[in-house]
Ligand binder design. Structure first.
Ligand SMILES: [Zn+2]
Ligand SMILES: [Zn+2]
Length: 126
């Protein structure tokens, strides 16, 4: 087939910005979120012709949980209207807050396994 590879559908994820000092809705920590926009697009001769299914996602840096924003709020955040942060309407898509914890051997507190340093005492865990 001659046309294979000339047209197709692809998924794209675009990182827009980082929003600091928000509480993670999954684990309750003060964290920052990455705002990303995902969409699908149809391309012809490697040129995107049109895109659809745009979604705004927020990914918390603390535990990597994924939230979906409604589109209006996503666009506002993309354009720096941080005043809406007090009134965010996020739906949790993937809750990663209950990943396995380990015990810090210095202070004995429970720490998320992905941490490099204990947040309670600063001890290096790995
Ligand atoms: Zn979290
Ligand atoms: Zn510790």
């Amino acid at each position: 087939m001659f046309f294979i590879g000339i047209m197709g559908i692809a998924n794209k994820e675009k990182k827009l910005r980082v929003i600091p000092n928000l509480i993670c809705k999954a684990c309750g920590k003060l964290t920052s979120y990455r705002l990303v926009k995902t969409y699908k697009y149809f391309q012809l001769f490697f040129i995107p012709i049109f895109k659809w299914d745009e979604r705004y996602m927020m990914i918390s840096e603390c535990c990597g949980s994924v939230f979906q924003l409604d589109k209006v709020q996503g666009e506002d955040l993309e354009h720096g209207k941080d005043s809406i942060l007090n009134n965010l309407n996020m739906t949790i898509v993937e809750d990663n807050s209950c990943k396995t914890n380990i015990l810090c051997y210095n202070c004995g507190k429970s720490v998320e396994a992905r941490f490099e340093f204990c947040p309670h005492c600063g001890n290096k865990l790995r």
